[in-house]
Write a protein that binds this ligand. Structure first.
Ligand SMILES: [Mg+2]
Length: 348
C-alpha cells in the first residue's frame, strides 16, 4: 500500500458542526422508493406503503468494540452499517435506510472522518440502503458510532426468534468462527508490532479470516434465497455474539431444547489451519467466537429437500423438547450442555 508521507490534517473545528454535516452529506443520495426525504430537514420521511417497519440500533465504541490500531476507519464505517443491516436481515426484512451518528474527539482530523464515511457510503451501496440522517458531536475520549437500521417487510414475512418447534432443523448460512480467528491474528500482529515497530507482518495465510473480522458482509442475499426456495424459517437470529449464545436465544424464546452436531459445523480450511497453528480447538472457536454475521435459523423437517445441497446453507442440528436441554453432540457422540460463552461487551 502506498502511504502518503505527509497526510493532510484539517481540523474539524475549522468546519464547525453544520459545515461538517454538509460536507459529509454530499456523499449520500436517495435510491429507495420508500425514502421520501433524507438528510437536510429536521427528520427523514419514510413511506412504508403496506409494509411493516423493522428497526434496530447499535453502538460501536472505541476500546470496547474496535481497536483503531488495526481497524482501518474505512472498514470500521463499513462494519458499523453491516452489523446493523444484519439485524434487519435476521428479521427476514429488506433493509432500506440507516441513520449514522458519531461522537469524535479532536484527535481525528477531517480526513479521518472522511475515511469513516467512505466506508459507510460503500456499505450503503453494497446493501442498497439510504443514509437518511444522523448526528455528529464531540467526544472527550474516543470514537463512538451509533447506527440505526430500518427495514421493510410484509407482516407475514417477518421471522421472530420464538417460532421454532421440536424436530425443526437448525441451519446456518456460510461458515463460522473465521471472524474470531481474524481478531486473534490481528491481536498477535499488534503485539509483535509493539515489540518491533519495524516488523512487516506477512498476513497472506490469513486473508479470509482478517476480511471476515474487518469487513463482515450482512447476508442481505438470504431473504431472496428464501423467497426463491419458498422457505420461511420458523425462527431466526444473526450471529453476532457466537453460535452457542444465539442458538440458546432461539431455544429459550421458542421454548425448545436442541442437539447441535460438532461434525456438521461449517468451517473454512483457513480457520482449521490457523486454529492448529494457534493451538486452539476449532469447535470452541466455531461455537463461541462471534461477529460472523451469518444467519442462524430453523425450518420444518419437511423443508429439508428445499435446501439440500445448497452451498449457502448447512444443517447443523435439530430442535428438541425443552426438557432435553440444549446440547452439543461431539464427534465421539457424547452430549455436552451448550453454554452461552459468546462474546459479551459487559464482561471485563
Ligand atoms: Mg442480532
Amino acid at each position: 500500500m502506498l502511504e502518503n508521507k505527509d497526510p493532510q490534517r484539517t481540523s474539524i473545528a475549522q468546519l464547525g458542526e453544520f459545515g461538517l454535516i454538509d460536507h459529509l452529506a454530499k456523499n449520500f443520495g436517495i435510491t429507495q422508493e420508500s425514502t421520501l426525504t433524507g438528510i437536510g430537514d429536521d427528520a427523514a420521511v419514510i413511506d412504508p406503503g403496506d409494509q411493516k417497519v423493522v428497526v434496530s440500533t447499535d453502538f460501536l465504541i472505541e476500546g470496547v468494540h474496535f481497536d483503531l490500531s488495526y481497524m482501518p476507519l474505512k472498514h470500521l464505517g463499513f462494519k458499523a452499517v453491516s452489523v446493523n443491516v444484519s439485524d434487519i436481515c435476521a428479521m427476514n426484512a429488506r433493509p432500506t435506510q440507516v441513520t449514522v451518528s458519531i461522537a469524535v474527539s479532536n484527535r481525528f482530523p477531517l480526513e479521518a472522518i472522511e475515511e469513516l464515511y467512505a466506508g459507510i457510503a460503500l456499505a450503503a451501496l453494497a446493501f442498497k440502503v439510504d443514509v437518511v440522517g444522523g448526528d455528529t458531536t464531540s467526544s472527550t475520549t474516543g470514537l463512538i458510532i451509533s447506527v440505526t437500521a430500518i427495514g421493510l417487510a410484509k407482516s407475514e414475512e417477518i421471522v421472530y426468534r420464538n417460532g421454532a418447534k421440536e424436530n425443526d432443523l437448525i441451519v446456518v448460512t456460510g461458515d463460522i468462527g473465521a471472524a474470531y480467528m481474524g481478531l486473534q491474528v490481528l491481536e498477535r500482529e499488534k503485539q509483535v508490532f509493539l515489540v518491533n515497530p519495524n516488523s512487516q507482518p506477512d498476513l497472506d495465510a490469513y486473508t479470509y479470516l482478517i476480511e471476515r473480522q474487518l469487513k463482515p458482509e450482512a447476508r442481505t442475499d438470504v431473504r431472496t434465497l428464501f423467497h426463491a426456495l419458498e422457505i420461511k424459517p420458523t425462527s431466526m437470529i444473526d450471529i453476532s455474539d457466537g453460535l452457542s449464545s444465539e442458538l440458546l436465544h432461539l431455544c429459550k424464546q421458542s421454548n425448545t431444547g436442541c442437539d447441535l452436531y460438532e461434525d456438521k459445523l461449517p468451517l473454512d480450511p483457513q480457520l482449521i489451519s490457523t486454529c492448529e497453528e494457534f493451538n486452539i480447538d476449532a469447535t470452541t472457536v466455531a461455537i463461541n467466537g462471534g461477529e460472523d454475521y451469518e444467519l442462524l435459523f430453523t425450518i420444518p423437517l419437511e423443508d429439508f429437500d428445499k435446501i439440500k445441497g445448497n452451498p449457502n446453507f448447512t444443517v447443523i442440528g435439530h430442535m428438541t423438547q425443552a426438557s432435553a436441554g440444549s446440547n452439543l453432540v461431539t464427534r465421539a457422540n457424547t452430549k455436552i450442555p451448550l453454554k452461552a460463552r459468546g462474546w459479551n461487551a459487559l464482561d471485563e
